[in-house]
Ligand binder design. Structure first.
Ligand SMILES: Nc1ncnc2c1ncn2[C@@H]1O[C@H](COP(=O)(O)OP(=O)(O)OP(=O)(O)O)[C@@H](O)[C@H]1O
Ligand SMILES: [Mg+2]
Length: 511
């Protein structure tokens, strides 16, 4: 491109990027312009967050790339780019693995990147992120004019700075929170679907308030992650968040766990002990699976929420605590209240701000973003060069109804990664996951397998009616426990049984 044509086109790029638009769209447009100016098969803009490079926009790369978090130290090419203040170009025969091998969406079947360059973007003198360009044919970048390339990089830095200024004005998040969020990039809520954007927006509204929050949603949707986000974006972010799993608290010790006990309060209380509420003083307490809390303890919790004080078991002294409460459950608490299993006054105290985490099947293409993040993690754990999904696998993931939500996706991909990483596949470097490696069976895809009786579970040998019914119940219960990854409370709910009955059933069936 002649210098004149280049600068004329640059002016129209500047004009386009100066329009008002959300940051993600600005980054996306920038990459489109980059690809038109410097022909390549893929480009990406990544932001440096602690030790990770987080993709903000990609062009020509598989959609799941946006969900991946690249640990700089584990990607030698990215590490070289980050360490340099100049554009870095890698030789076509460089044996350093490319972070995008297998992720370029080209018409042909080549999976390896053959020409690759990248540059660190500096904003206000600080490294902010990285811009990368990749091509499947070697020599693609031979003709790039360094002056034109540098001009484009300056423009990129300027657009990023503008987008950053606008969003920091729009989001007035406190400094303390922002630094903490940076440190906890691993805890990010992945998802760009409309419902996830709404959820993130709700989090940013409710987090800085002192209101109690009740997080509702099916099993595995990410309620715990939402609770962490609320704490991290609250004014208590630099204080503790104490986690309590109410489902794991037998009634006999629940009170002492939550409120502490004095010495000699009961046999075994050999010394004074502070409870979770005292430990959380100044911070947040997260009462997970609140629907499982025994009724007697619910009354005591209500008193604490009303008066802000606690009493250790065996002591008369009132102790003032300043604790923000976040609770979560996958039960329908309103129905529990109607059935007399949950106190209505406690429900109303907790549900000041109810927040619904949407099921995965309603989150459109977020499935692929999440898949990208989980594959990247598995890749590191298994020491693989690249784990990717083929088109059929992506379609299968998008079509499935995910009764176990994000947790099910995470587990399914871990299994698929393990199965696909056979010795023979490992040698090829890039491991492609096809539908055959995913445990998504047509039967489970139509959403009926959990509920419809499989005739093969009915014993064919004649046996006593009661024994046959017991055997059937045993299989059904075991199937539900397995489906909920060993979470008995969730299995009980799926079968519509309350906790007490379910435990009795397990005992009777000897499970
Ligand atoms: N949006 C998300 N982005 C990234 N990871 C997620 C997201 N949502 C959930 N996860 C991951 O999925 C798994 C399940 O999430 P989590 O434990 O928060 O679910 P839950 O709603 O509390 O489930 P349960 O009701 O069974 O306790 C976790 O490993 C979590 O990190
Ligand atoms: Mg949970």
């Amino acid at each position: 491109m002649t210098t004149n044509t280049f600068f004329t086109s640059l002016i129209s790029v500047v004009a386009d990027l100066s329009m008002h638009m959300p940051p993600e769209q600005r980054y996306q447009r920038l990459l489109q312009h980059l690809r038109q100016t410097f022909p390549c098969d893929a480009s990406a803009l990544l932001k440096l967050e602690g030790r990770h490079l987080v993709p903000l926009a990609v062009n020509g790369l598989s959609e799941d790339t946006l969900g991946r978090r690249f640990i700089v130290a584990e990607h030698p090419r990215l590490a070289r780019i980050v360490a340099s203040d100049q554009a870095v170009r890698f030789a076509a025969d460089s044996d350093l693995p490319d972070p995008y091998d297998g992720l370029i969406e080209a018409e042909d079947t080549r999976l390896l990147v053959h020409d690759c360059m990248g540059v660190t973007l500096f904003i206000d003198g600080e490294p902010w992120g990285v811009l990368t360009l990749d091509a499947l044919s070697s020599g693609t970048f031979d003709d790039i004019d360094p002056v034109q390339f540098n001009a484009f990089i300056s423009l990129t830095a300027a657009s990023v700075k503008a987008a950053r200024l606008i969003s920091s004005l729009e989001q007035r998040v406190s400094y303390a929170t922002r630094t903490l969020i940076k440190k906890n990039a691993d805890h990010g809520l992945i998802g760009e679907s409309e419902c996830m954007r709404t959820l993130r927006n709700e989090i940013s509204i409710v987090a800085p308030s002192e209101l109690a929050v009740l997080i509702l949603g099916e099993t595995g949707v990410g309620k715990e992650l939402v609770a962490q986000r609320i704490h991290l974006e609250s004014n208590r972010a630099d204080q503790v968040m104490v986690y309590v799993n109410c489902a794991a608290l037998p009634e006999s010790i629940a009170e002492s766990e939550l409120f502490g006990h004095s010495k000699g309060a009961f046999s075994g209380a050999i010394s004074e002990r502070a409870g979770k509420f005292e430990l959380a003083d100044g911070g947040t307490i997260f009462l997970d699976e609140i629907g499982e809390l025994p009724l007697s303890i619910q009354a005591k919790l209500l008193r604490t929420l009303q008066n802000g004080d606690i009493q250790r078991v065996g002591s008369d002294r009132q102790i003032k605590v300043n604790v923000r409460v976040i609770a979560a459950t996958n039960r329908n608490l309103q129905r529990e209240v109607a059935n007399g299993l949950f106190r209505s006054d406690l429900y109303h105290r907790l549900a000041v701000y109810p927040m619904h985490v949407p099921p995965l099947r309603c989150r459109e293409k977020d499935v692929l973003l999440l898949a990208g993040a989980f594959l990247e993690k598995n890749q590191q754990h298994l020491g693989l060069k690249k784990l990717r999904l083929d088109t059929g696998a992506k379609k299968a993931l998008l079509d499935y109804h995910w009764p176990g939500n994000v947790r099910e996706l995470e587990h399914l991909l871990s299994r698929a990664a393990l199965k696909a990483s056979t010795q023979a596949n490992r040698q090829s470097g890039i491991i492609t996951i096809s539908p055959a490696y995913l445990d998504i069976t047509p039967a489970s895809q139509d959403g009926t397998s959990d509920t419809v009786t499989d005739v093969s579970t009915i014993p064919s040998i004649p046996m006593d009616f009661k024994d046959a019914v017991d055997e059937f119940q045993r299989q059904l219960v075991q199937q539900q426990i397995a489906l909920h990854q060993g979470n008995r409370a969730a299995a009980a709910r799926a079968l519509g049984l309350d906790r007490g009955n379910f435990h009795r059933l397990l005992k009777r069936l000897d499970i």
